[in-house]
Design a binder for this molecule. Structure first.
Ligand SMILES: [Zn+2]
Length: 136
């Protein structure tokens, strides 16, 4: 095994994200990783070795049971990736189309998923919300 050094990428359990993610090594003690920083949430915490077998090495085991449906956040990220056009500031007077990216001052960035009369479904990072709009 190669010796880790500060700045390296390492898989660690993130205490905030509660899952195994890519981290950056920030502190070593006698050659062992003691502190890491999460690339996803940016929090620094003690290095937590991922559970044995689970995402430990780069061995590709065939996916077996994956009962968990994609989270709202994963769906939101996927929709954002497929959405086209520039982000627009959300307003009740706006007319939107499916796939539009809107920015709400409280809920953040969202993607329009469905259009109704005078309202639309917008998927935000935390959940989908029915929002007023000028659609007719
Ligand atoms: Zn994290």
């Amino acid at each position: 095994m190669e010796k880790p050094s500060v700045g390296d990428s390492v898989a660690s359990l993130c205490t905030r994200c509660k899952t195994v993610l890519d981290h950056i090594v920030v502190a070593l003690e006698r050659g062992a990783i003691v502190k890491v920083k999460c690339r996803t949430c940016g929090s620094a915490h003690r290095y937590r070795k991922p559970a044995e077998g689970a995402a430990a090495k780069t061995t590709r085991t065939p996916r077996r049971k994956r009962p968990a449906p994609p989270s709202t956040e994963a769906l939101w990220a996927a929709c954002l990736a497929h959405a086209r056009g520039r982000e627009r500031v959300y307003g009740t007077g706006g007319c939107y189309r499916v796939g539009d990216i809107v920015h709400h001052h409280v809920f953040g960035t969202g993607v329009v998923r469905k259009i109704y009369l005078h309202k639309c479904d917008v998927l935000f990072r935390d959940k989908q919300r029915l929002m007023a709009s000028a659609n007719s």
